[in-house]
Design a protein around this ligand. Structure first.
Ligand code: A3P
Length: 284
């Protein structure tokens, strides 16, 4: 499986389903005050957050998540199909994006629309991405984790550099309409994170509704839900079988990095994220 990317402004986008014109249009996309965006660097728990937000919107009722694929519940702003769907969508829109801040709709920055940005330990993002993207024809496929490790450090992977993505978006962290979440916190205290999202969205859930959100957004429930696990993507042009729900744990990088890779990563992380307090990132 060897594909390259769709390059736009120096950033590699998926080889299929994305095009220059749509990416150009994203900058001009008209954001409405009541819009809600789920944002992330790929493989950070984006779809888990989508599931959680969808369930909060239905007060834990699973009908919606069990009957509509996640990419239709929260279309991708920068994909050809998602973008086309969104521009014609009425009412409060829920949408997903991995765009770096400089390619995001300009109109967002003067609106009251809300963003939830989820961050995950980049070491786990790297491992998750390696296993996921290697199954697809959407990207340039590495021959080994070692190769992918090199690419990731240089930002030569889909959506570019993790470090730049995070630095860019974290500049918004003090805005009232911008909520930063961490995959690690969501794992450690899932119900606490659901409540935090509810507070941010101005929603109130009864205890039994919260339990339903928790139940139906669990790793196992999502793994079994064909509307959420990507099993509907049967198109051979895209992948030979995609598994979104792989392990769903924190710290899997320890099973894959060598001691030397771990040291190289630590050093680079410190250099690239200098200026942010270490306690800002809730992983070891
Ligand atoms: P792993 O590959 O480490 O298992 P994204 O949605 O941004 O592509 O992120 C995918 C990652 O989130 C995968 O990580 C996937 O297993 C994990 N994930 C998805 N749903 C989850 C859930 N309900 N609980 C925990 N992790 C989940």
């Amino acid at each position: 499986m060897m594909s390259d990317y769709n390059w736009f402004e120096g950033i590699p986008f998926p080889a299929i389903g994305y095009k220059k014109e749509t990416l150009e249009d994203c900058n001009k996309f008209l954001v409405k005050e009541e819009d809600l965006f789920i944002l992330s660097y790929p493989k950070s728990g984006t779809n888990w957050l989508v599931e959680t937000v969808c369930l909060i919107q239905t007060k834990g009722d699973p009908k919606w998540i069990q009957s509509v694929p996640n990419w239709d519940r929260s279309p991708w702003l920068e994909s050809k199909a998602g973008h086309a769907r969104l521009i014609n969508m009425e009412g409060p829109r829920l949408m997903t994006s991995h765009l770096p801040i400089h390619l995001f709709p300009k109109s967002f920055f003067s609106s009251k629309a809300k963003v939830i940005y989820i961050i995950r330990n980049p070491r786990d993002v790297l491992v998750s991405g390696y296993f996921f993207w290697s199954e697809t024809k959407l990207v340039k496929n590495p021959d080994s984790l070692e190769t992918y490790f090199e690419w990731f450090l240089k930002g030569n992977v889909i959506y570019g550099s993790w470090f730049e993505h995070i630095r860019g978006w974290l500049s918004m962290r003090k805005w009232d309409n911008f909520l930063v979440l961490y995959y690690e916190d969501m794992k450690k205290d899932t119900k606490g994170t659901i409540k935090k999202i509810c507070d941010f969205l101005g929603k109130r859930l009864e205890a039994d509704e919260l339990d339903m959100v928790f139940k139906y957004s669990s790793f196992q429930a999502m793994k079994e839900n064909n509307m959420s696990n990507f099993s509907l993507i049967k198109d051979n042009a895209v992948a030979n079988g995609l598994k979104l729900l792989r392990k769903g744990i924190t710290g899997d990088w320890k099973n894959h990095f060598t001691v030397s890779q771990a040291e190289i990563f630590d050093k680079l992380f410190q250099e690239k994220m200098a200026g942010f307090p270490p306690k800002m990132f809730p992983w070891e």
